[in-house]
Design a protein around this ligand. Sequence first.
Ligand SMILES: [Zn+2]
Length: 142
Amino acid sequence: MRGGTLLAWGVRAGRSGPGEPMEMRMTAPLTPQELDGFRETLSERYVELAREIERLETEAFESPSGAPLEEQADEAAEMDKDTDVDLLEHRGRNLQDVTRALERLDEGRFGRCERCGTWIERERLSVLPEARRCAPCELAVA
Ligand SMILES: [Zn+2]
């Protein structure tokens, strides 16, 4: 939670009033404190995702076997498995995004949109530090 407090401070410190000055969004580099906060959040997320993926994989491969299954139960189990596989895929992509964001932090490229090169909105990064694109680009590619 310490990181979140730091972030809130960082966002408020640079702002003179309500509204969003455009040039600030375009030029403001993230402060070292902000980057530390993002690194902390991303590292925690990485560990959480890696753990969950491990758990999902374990469950997927340790599905109950040997027990005689009715056809209905079979279908239900099949559906469960599909959901788990979807979830596993989704978490896998998340982990990849988080890993890439950590790489960008190391390379000093963190916070820039991969598509247009602009700074990704602070508000967006504080919610989704692994974001690869700014909000307008995300909408454009969606
Ligand atoms: Zn962009």
